[in-house]
Design a protein around this ligand. Structure first.
Ligand code: FRU
Length: 602
């Protein structure tokens, strides 16, 4: 068996069938498969994609793109034969590499590596960097979380998924579910590509009034069919989102220009469905209404020339939130953008304003401008959207913990990318009198805490660093909570380090009301020129006091300041876990009002 580090292994190889390879030319090969279980496909990451038409009883059942190995196998991915049980399966493979002769083509290592197995061994082979309490796919590539809904105590999370490799391709809706937003169960793939294209991001709603005609409480998904063009398609589920049936007359919504990532919700006030669609290249959001989720009428657009315009607009979301206890409600329009983020690459910007069911009107600041605002000031927080139907009026969100600049290059193989922790979005007034959206860790996360290994208060800080040890066991899986009083200091430096001196250096500047995160010496950084760098956020206060919660999970750090009023999400790849956190102040004394370090166990 070929499995090694970073791979999915065949559980038990079984001679319950066979695989015959017939070369038809320098770049065309037929693979005849008789049997059941999984056909393991050898992948070479840096190769180009081979196009595989899966012929079932002579008809193309699906087309997948796989970087089939030419000179070496980096890992294997399983092709599930169960939908084709008892049928004649032939893979018609077109490989990309130029070959001089069929003899050359025959020696590609992928052909010998095609093996049948009846079970998969999905043991995690990348324990060094795979997060423990963040959601990750079982194997393969993941980008945007999408289609999330809550029903009957279960949080459903779908995601942009490539089951056939650890780079972007074959977009499919992967599916996970959770009863507590912490423990995620891998569910079978929910929606697969078809003749209209691959399945890009979208949203789901529970159709409580049976407006679409699929039954009360049917789950309706709208997603982008991405072929030559982008169109919006509908599918429904009568088994709570486990399997979906596509509308035979898809697509249901087409435009003459690129539009994607439909996000829909029921509008209580107008009694109809609303939909926001990213008019990606036009850098605006389009708004539609519908009585039945199938026929959509364009009402308006928002955003042309507004906010950050430095990249395509993607993955919208629109929802209403209270402004503290004032009794006032405002609408928040999430508008993910790539590139153009505050520190390069992808990021989530948002607008606050009013929505009357047809038109979004953004609030202007004191100078009459619609301000650009960012939901998270790290480099690794994108495609943020929220759960439909979350209980207790919660606005629970999740983002993709990576950045399009280097997501395909990060040093993991068996899986690529994690999602952020679930967060509750809320509105607050900053010290400048402006309204902002913050995101706090979902309360369920408190259950991860064990007894703190450090619990100190009122520690005076000065130039000499004050050090605390992270938990002795799994120091890379912990939560650190601290409050600084630093009105008299120029800056407070907070440094996470390991024995090799790799470090993350955070700096609080009370006079500027900023907090920064420097990962230039954090460990592995040279897999991409875009990775190393410093991110900075405003702290939205003027008191010289800041409280921080740091969630550390092997290869990612989420920083929540002042209960989520500012956040920074950044990946880090230390070659050994950070074991210490140090605090020092310059330009005056500061106080560590409180520090607690919690081991986390899942
Ligand atoms: C955002 C995005 C979406 C699209 C998806 C494709 O990251 O580009 O606009 O639906 O990824 O995977």
């Amino acid at each position: 068996m070929m499995a090694g580090a970073g791979m999915i292994a065949a559980g038990s190889l079984h001679a319950n069938g066979n695989v015959e390879v017939e070369q038809l030319g320098v770049n065309n090969t037929l693979v005849r498969v008789t049997g059941s279980g999984y056909l393991m496909l050898p992948v070479q990451e840096l190769n180009e994609d081979a196009r595989i038409n899966v012929l079932v009883d002579g008809k193309i059942a699906e087309t997948i793109y796989v970087r089939l190995a030419q000179t070496k196998t980096d890992y294997v991915v399983p092709f599930d034969l169960s939908p084709y049980e008892g049928k004649n399966v032939i893979l018609d493979v077109v490989t990309p590499q130029g070959r001089k002769s069929v003899r050359d083509a025959k020696v590609d290592v992928c052909w010998k590596g095609l093996e049948l197995t009846d079970t998969l061994d999905l043991t995690d082979r990348e324990t060094k960097y795979r997060p423990v309490y963040h959601h990750t796919p079982p194997y393969g590539w993941m980008n945007d979380p999408n289609g999330m809904f809550y029903k009957d105590g279960v949080w459903h999370l779908y995601y942009q998924y490539n089951p056939y490799g650890s780079k972007w391709q074959n977009m499919t809706w992967g599916h996970s579910s959770s009863e507590d937003l912490i423990h995620w169960k891998h569910e079978p793939i929910a929606i697969r590509p078809d003749g209209l294209g691959s399945i890009f991001s979208g949203s789901c709603v529970v159709d409580g009034n049976n407006t679409a005609g699929y039954g009360e409480d049917a789950v309706i998904a709208l997603y982008t069919s991405a072929g030559v063009s982008q169109m919006q398609s509908l599918a429904h589920s009568n088994d709570d989102g486990m399997t979906f049936e596509k509308l035979p007359s898809n697509p249901i919504l087409t435009l003459e220009t690129e539009a994607r990532d439909p996000n829909m919700f029921w509008n209580e006030e107008t009694g109809e469905w609303n939909l926001v669609l990213a008019h990606a290249l036009d850098k605006e959001m389009l708004f539609f209404t519908s009585p039945d989720l199938k026929t959509w009428t364009l009402q308006s657009g928002f955003g042309k020339g507004e906010g950050c315009q430095d990249g395509v607009w993607e993955c919208p979301d629109l929802f209403r939130l209270p402004v503290g206890d004032t009794g006032v409600y405002k609408w928040v329009l999430l508008c993910n953008i790539n590139p153009g983020g505050p520190f390069g690459g992808s990021a989530t910007q948002y607008f606050i304003g009013d929505w009357d069911g047809k038109t979004f009107t953004a609030d202007r600041d004191a100078s009459g401008v619609i301000p650009t605002k960012w939901l998270d000031y790290g480099k690794d927080y994108y495609a943020t959207v929220t759960w439909s139907g979350a209980p207790d009026n919660r606005r629970t969100s999740i983002g993709w913990m990576s950045n399009w600049q280097y997501a395909a290059d990060v040093p993991t193989t068996q899986y690529r990318s994690a999602n952020s922790l679930p967060r509750e979005i809320f509105l607050f007034e900053g010290a400048d009198g402006e309204l902002y959206a913050g995101s706090a860790p979902s309360p369920e996360l408190l259950a991860l805490r064990s007894r703190p290994v450090v619990d100190k208060s009122n520690v005076r800080l000065g130039v000499k660093p004050q050090s605390y040890k992270l938990p002795a066991v799994n120091p890379d899986v912990c939560e650190i909570e601290f409050t600084l009083e630093a009105a008299d200091a120029n800056e407070v430096n907070i440094t996470l380090t390991n024995k090799k001196g790799e470090n993350v250096r955070m700096t609080y500047k009370p006079q500027d009301s900023t907090f920064s995160f420097d990962r230039t010496e954090s460990g592995l950084i040279d897999f991409s020129d875009e990775f190393a760098g410093v991110t900075v956020s405003p702290t939205f206060e003027k008191e010289g006091t800041v409280s921080v919660r740091l969630y550390i999970d092997r290869s990612g750090i989420e920083l929540f300041g002042n209960d989520g009023q500012f956040t920074q999400t950044n990946l880090v790849f230390p070659t050994e876990a950070y074991t210490t956190i140090q605090f020092a102040s310059t330009g005056g004394n500061a106080k560590l009002k409180e520090i607690k370090i919690y081991p986390l166990s899942i």
